[in-house]
Design a protein around this ligand. Sequence first.
Ligand code: FDA
Length: 402
Amino acid sequence: MKPLGIDVLVVGAGAAGMMCAWEAGRRGRSVWVVDHARAPGEKIRISGGGRCNFTNLGCGPHAFLGENPRFATSALKRFTQHDFLKRVEAAGIGWHEKTLGQLFCDDSAKQIVRMLTDGMAEAGATLRLGVAVERVARSGDGFEAALSDGSVVRARSLVLATGGKSIPKMGATGWAYDAARGFGLRVTETRPGLVPLTFEAGLLETLAPLAGLSVEAVVSSASSSPKGGRPSFREGLLFTHRGLSGPSILQISSYWREGEAITVAMAPGADVFAALKAAKAANGKQAVHTALGHITPRRLAESLCEREGVHGKLAEVGDKALRRLDEAVNRWTVKPVGSEGYRTAEVTLGGIATDQLDQQTMQAKAAPGLYVIGEAVDVTGWLGGYNFQWAWSSGWAAGQAC
Ligand code: FDA
């Protein structure tokens, strides 16, 4: 079969790939986007509980992890959260800020997918779904790709936009990493990020009565990050049957490494010891767990008193035991045994090394015409809309150049 010649072949019709195709098409490039899934933007569709937390008003390099978090700065500045918001508004999509600068659709994440597919269609980009790339190689000053439908495509530019390994059930693969290695690019170690943490059986048994309970907490790494400072997040924490989840835990999971502990404050800002002493002075007949239940949810108070072996009336309990409760509430140090892994991780940490790419264009320095965007790159954001903004910004940047 005679190969079809186009300007740009984008592999992956996710957030980054569609933004890139939209932009490249607007610049008059002939663009194909191929994806082995049956529908485009599946992760967008399920994100944010179906409402897609599509960006964050406070987006900046501080909210990203990777070998060189500053790599993201250029793309994030060239196509900002405000630029994406303008497109959302131009598409007539209602939005709201939920908390901490996180922007969500009022109605449905499907509106974002529709905005991107409409944008691509208007720009003349061709979307090929249910098609995998079987082989890709250099061909002259461009690339040649053999597709699973038997066709062969020749393109001047090749864009790797197949994301990371999270949620294999949804079609995630390590394809971009393998393809990048095939072109001589370095790939850093990958691991699940924004993922619930799991605990050993003994601790799980103690925590079992708390499953389903959620509290506002400050969760911190027990050890310092390589750059100094101790990552710390104040957000919701959820007890589950498998361990701990909720936004604060997902955030810290991206910094956590095997063997390390995390510290948890479940009544942040409260002086638990002072409050219990005051309660004792006011009414010594009150049960300790009742007094603690005025500071933390009652179920948590009962569980903590049980775990620390502090029972009876406040009048019968000494300062040492009250201090133990204070520690248990606000300086709980606990060692996860693992995470739930790629099965539930929202993102993949690590990926195609940023020193291999040009930060303005996302083009591989040693392989002209090859671009890598989105989650496949070693740039990972915090929870809260940062990962989509990276997909939009990096996709946009490549779309101006490919
Ligand atoms: P993305 O994964 O979106 O797209 C990759 C595409 O490539 C897919 O369409 C896939 O089918 C295709 N593909 C994979 N392998 C292929 C192959 N071999 N051949 C052809 N095609 C292939 N972020 C955020 O900012 N706000 C949020 O609310 C959420 N919520 C959220 C919820 C859940 C459950 C998850 C799992 C993740 C999030 N995220 C998020 C993270 C966000 O979804 C993620 O960072 C972006 O989707 C990454 O965009 P990409 O385009 O890089 O990859």
